[in-house]
Ligand binder design. Structure first.
Ligand SMILES: [Fe+2]
Length: 276
């Protein structure tokens, strides 16, 4: 197996070719994939006809899978996976479900031990739209004006699932998770595997800055988001059937576009990988 890594966009995103992820990877292949993951932040594996079980196996190449806190969507056979869908219980395309994942965020940053990575595999995609955007938070930090950078040093952001306007999203959670205490993480956070720092707060799940008033915190976060939200840090993934994609939640933001002009079905298998 000769693995080839091809860059897809300048700030992040690469395709890994010459690999069949339905088969167990040997140590050399697993190393190559993990190196590419650290270098490019988002990896795309095309034409992978994998089952849910094979996806769980492939997650282990990156680390231990972590079940998601929205139990409503848990896969019937594998508790490590959820089925992400824009369909409601009646199987109809639903506007509320269609908006899931729209808005810049990182996954499970509201946990004490946040998610390392998220993996998606296509089950059904619309003929048009439905792209996913990614943004490189290493780069956003590297290029950040020093005055803004200095104001963030040593500061911690507070996180909650769904952020301040959490009511609708929180209805999906079990009572114990709805009432979970707030957690905080450094705004400029060290990536344990790369040894690099990146911006960790995000507009969806961060609700404030520890030790600052709500107004002060909101104002500073708004400046950070304006900086980090610039187009030059972004890459776009246009989904094809049999795509498997993994991204690094520690150094990227992502957002669904929510565009689905033909109002077609969109379903993915999703797995999350923890840092431990
Ligand atoms: Fe997400």
């Amino acid at each position: 197996m000769t693995i080839e890594v091809v860059k897809l966009a300048e700030p992040l995103l690469a395709e890994v070719k010459g690999i069949d992820i339905s088969e167990p990877l040997d140590a050399e292949a697993a190393d190559a994939v993990n190196r590419a993951f650290l270098d490019h932040c988002v990896l795309v594996f095309r034409d992978q006809a994998i089952t849910a079980g094979q996806m769980v196996e492939f997650e282990h190449v990156f680390g231990p899978p972590l079940p998601h806190i929205t139990k409503k969507y848990t896969h019937p056979e594998f508790e490590e996976l959820i089925v992400m869908t824009n369909l409601n219980e009646k199987g109809e395309v639903d506007p509320f479900e269609s908006d899931r994942g729209v808005g810049w965020h990182t996954d499970m940053c509201y946990l004490e031990q946040p998610a390392k990575a998220t993996m998606l595999h296509t089950l059904e995609i619309p003929d048009e739209g439905g792209d996913t955007l990614f943004a490189n938070m290493y780069l956003a930090l590297e290029e950040m004006p020093s005055a803004l950078h200095k104001r963030l040093e040593g500061k911690r952001g507070t996180f909650r699932y769904g952020g301040k306007s959490a009511t609708e999203r929180q209805k999906r959670l079990d009572a114990k998770d709805r009432e979970a205490p707030l957690v905080d993480h450094p705004i400029i956070r060290l990536h344990q595997d790369s040894g690099r720092y990146s911006v960790y707060v995000n507009p969806t799940h961060t609700i404030g800055i520890v030790g600052m008033s709500e107004a002060e915190g909101d104002a500073l976060l708004a400046e950070v988001y304006e900086w980090c939200g610039q187009q030059r840090y972004q890459g776009r993934h246009e989904w094809r059937m049999k795509d498997t994609v993994i991204w690094d939640n520690r150094c990227t933001w992502h957002s669904a576009t929510g565009e689905n002009p033909l109002r077609q079905r969109r379903r993915f298998l999703r797995g999350t990988i923890t840092d431990m």
